[in-house]
Write a protein that binds this ligand. Structure first.
Ligand code: BG6
Length: 512
C-alpha cells in the first residue's frame, strides 16, 4: 500500500477511536445513474465528505451508459445528495466534492471507454494526487459483472503493482443465483483481483445495531454464559418490510425473497448470533467464526414443513389499498416468485444442538421491522400457583436492528398487589436515548471501510458459498412442486403456513 495518513504520535497503535481517513484515492462507480447509486452511494459519499472522512486527494468517477456531460452528472449527484444524505447539506462541502467529480459515458463492452477510464485514473493521480489508489464499485446487474471484470483485467486497471497503489473491487449482492453460479463468479473475481482486494457488500453488516450484537455478546459477562442450548429455547430472526417490490420487478421476478434476503442478510444475522467469540475483531478472525456457523447449518429435512414461501395478495396497508404482487408492473400475472420466505434451520454444534433458528422475511407485511429474538427456556420449576403465572411467557432478549434501534429484555415481574401474580415486563435500551451521536448509514460505514481496506464487515467467498449450500435445496424443492407460494393478504404477517410451521413445534412467532 502506498500513501496513508501520517502516524499520530499521540495515538497508541491499537487505538481506533480517532477518525480514520483513507489514503488519497479514486472511487469509480459503475452504474452511477442507477437506483442504488442515487439512493445510497452518492449520499454516503456526501456524508463522508461532510464528516471530514474523505482524504484531501479524493475523486469520484461515475461511469454509465448515458450520453451525458459532466454537468448532467453533477446535477444528478447533487439531487441525490440533497435528498438522501443523512447529514446537513452544505454548499461548502458540495463545492469541494464537485471539484473532484468526473463522469465517463460508455457501455460495458466498449473497449474505448475502458481505455479512457484507465487514462483518467492516471490523470487523476497527477491532478488529484490519488497515488494509483482506486476502488471500483460494481453497482450494476450481475449479468454485467463478467464483462466489466474482463475489461478491468484487459486494461490492467485491477493490477496493484502496475498502478503503484492499491486497487479494490466492491461487488453488490446477489453473489450468483445458486452455488455453482456463485462459484463461477467468485472464480472470475479472484482471477482479476487478489482475494484481499475483493469486498462483497452485505449492507446489513454495516448497520450499527448489527455490529452491536458483537458488543452485546462479547463485551459483557451477562449474556454469554446463557447463550447456548442449555438456556436458549429458540431464536427468531425477522426482516419484515411494508413496501412491495416497487419498480424492481425485473430483478425481483427472477430472484424472490429467499435469494434476495434470506441467503445473505438473514444468514449473516444468524451467523453473528450463533458464532463463537473471535480471537480478534480483524477481518480474518471474524470471518473465520462466521464461516464455521454457516458451515454447520443444516437445511431442514422436511422441506414441506419447514421451508415456507408466500406471495402477497392485494390488501390494506396503513389505510391504503395495495395491489397483489401479480398485479405489479412488470410481474407475470401467473408469477410463482415468493415475496415471503420462512425457514427453520439448525446449527450443528455443541453450543446449539437442538435449538431451532427460525428465519423469516417478507414484503407487504404490516410494518418495517428487523429484529433478532432470543427466546429462553422456561424456568425448570415455578414455586408459584398456576394461576399466578398464567401471564408469564418466556424470557426474551430482542435485538431491534431497525427501525426503533435498541435492545429489549423481557422477563417476569410481580404485579403490584397482595397476590404473587407474575407478568411479563420489558426493559429497554434505545440508541436514540442512550447516545447523542446519530448512527452512520450502513453504506457510509461500508464505503469508508472499503477505502480504508478494512474487510471485517464484508463476507468472504466461502461464507457466500456456504449460504448457497443451505438455500439451494430449498429453492430446488420449491421449483419441483406443482403448487406455487401460498398467498397472504398484504398487511398480514405472511401466509398461514408460516404460523403452522411454528405451531408444529409448539411455538409462535413473536409479534414485533
Ligand atoms: C436489499 C434487498 O438487499 O435490502 C431489498 O434487495 C430490501 O429487497 C432491502 O428492500 C432492505 O434493506 P433495509 O436496509 O431497508 O432493511
Amino acid at each position: 500500500m502506498t500513501g496513508g495518513a501520517p502516524s499520530n504520535p499521540l495515538r497508541s497503535p491499537g487505538d481506533r477511536r480517532l477518525p480514520r481517513v483513507p489514503d488519497p484515492c479514486t472511487l469509480v462507480v459503475f452504474g452511477v445513474t442507477g437506483d442504488l447509486a442515487k439512493k445510497k452511494l452518492i449520499p454516503a459519499v456526501y456524508d463522508l465528505a461532510n464528516r471530514g472522512l474523505l482524504p484531501p486527494g479524493f475523486a469520484l468517477l461515475g461511469f454509465a451508459r448515458r450520453d451525458w456531460q459532466h454537468g448532467d452528472f453533477e446535477q444528478l449527484a447533487r439531487e441525490a445528495a440533497e435528498k438522501g444524505a443523512r447529514t446537513e447539506f452544505r454548499e461548502s462541502t458540495w463545492d469541494r466534492l464537485t471539484d473532484s467529480m468526473k463522469f465517463l459515458p460508455g457501455s460495458f463492452d466498449d473497449d474505448d471507454a475502458f481505455d479512457k477510464l484507465a487514462d483518467m485514473l492516471r490523470e487523476l493521480d497527477a491532478s488529484h494526487g490519488t497515488q494509483g489508489n482506486a476502488a471500483f464499485y460494481l453497482s450494476i446487474p450481475p449479468t454485467a459483472f463478467p464483462t466489466v471484470l474482463k475489461q478491468m483485467q484487459r486494461t490492467g486497471m485491477a493490477d496493484n503493482a502496475a498502478s503503484g497503489g492499491w486497487r479494490r473491487v466492491v461487488v453488490e449482492k446477489p453473489f450468483g443465483h445458486d452455488l455453482p453460479s456463485s462459484r463461477e463468479l467468485n472464480d472470475l473475481v479472484d482471477d482479476v483481483f487478489t482475494a484481499q482486494d475483493v469486498f462483497r457488500i452485505d449492507h446489513y453488516l454495516g448497520k450499527e445495531t448489527v455490529q452491536n450484537l458483537l458488543a452485546l455478546r462479547f463485551a459483557n459477562e451477562l449474556f454469554e454464559p446463557i447463550w447456548n442450548s442449555k438456556h436458549v429455547d429458540s431464536v427468531q430472526i425477522t426482516m419484515a418490510e411494508d413496501v412491495g417490490i416497487g419498480t424492481r420487478a425485473g430483478f425481483y421476478e427472477g430472484t424472490g425473497a429467499a435469494r434476495d434476503v434470506l441467503q445473505n442478510h438473514l444468514l449473516q444475522l444468524l451467523a453473528l448470533t450463533a458464532m463463537e467469540e473471535p480471537v480478534g475483531f480483524d477481518a480474518e478472525s471474524l470471518r473465520t467464526e462466521k464461516r464455521k456457523v454457516l458451515g454447520a447449518l443444516k437445511p431442514p429435512k422436511d422441506l414441506d414443513a419447514y421451508a415456507v414461501r408466500g406471495q402477497y395478495d392485494q390488501g390494506w396497508l396503513a389505510g391504503e389499498r395495495v395491489k397483489a404482487y401479480r398485479a405489479e408492473e412488470g410481474v407475470d400475472p401467473a408469477s410463482r416468485t415468493e415475496t415471503f420466505a420462512a425457514v427453520r434451520l439448525e446449527v450443528e454444534t455443541r453450543r446449539w444442538a437442538g435449538v431451532p433458528f427460525y428465519l423469516r422475511t417478507g414484503k407487504r407485511l404490516p410494518r418495517r421491522v428487523t429484529e433478532i429474538g432470543v427466546v429462553f427456556r422456561k424456568a425448570p420449576h415455578l414455586p408459584f400457583s398456576k394461576t399466578d403465572t398464567e401471564e408469564l411467557g418466556s424470557n426474551q432478549l430482542v435485538v431491534r436492528v431497525q427501525p426503533d434501534e435498541g435492545v429489549t429484555l423481557r422477563f417476569g415481574s410481580k404485579v403490584p398487589g397482595t397476590t404473587m401474580e407474575v407478568r411479563d415486563v420489558a426493559m429497554d435500551f434505545q440508541y436514540g436515548e442512550a447516545f447523542t451521536e446519530a448512527s452512520p448509514e450502513a453504506y457510509e460505514r461500508l464505503l469508508l471501510d472499503v477505502l480504508l481496506g478494512d474487510a471485517s464487515l464484508f463476507p468472504r467467498n466461502q461464507e457466500v458459498e456456504e449460504s448457497w449450500r443451505v438455500i439451494d435445496p430449498i429453492e430446488q424443492h420449491w421449483a419441483s412442486r406443482d403448487d406455487g407460494p401460498q398467498l397472504y393478504r398484504a398487511g398480514e404477517w405472511g401466509p398461514r403456513a408460516a404460523d403452522e410451521m411454528l405451531a408444529r413445534d409448539g411455538r409462535v412467532w413473536r409479534r414485533p
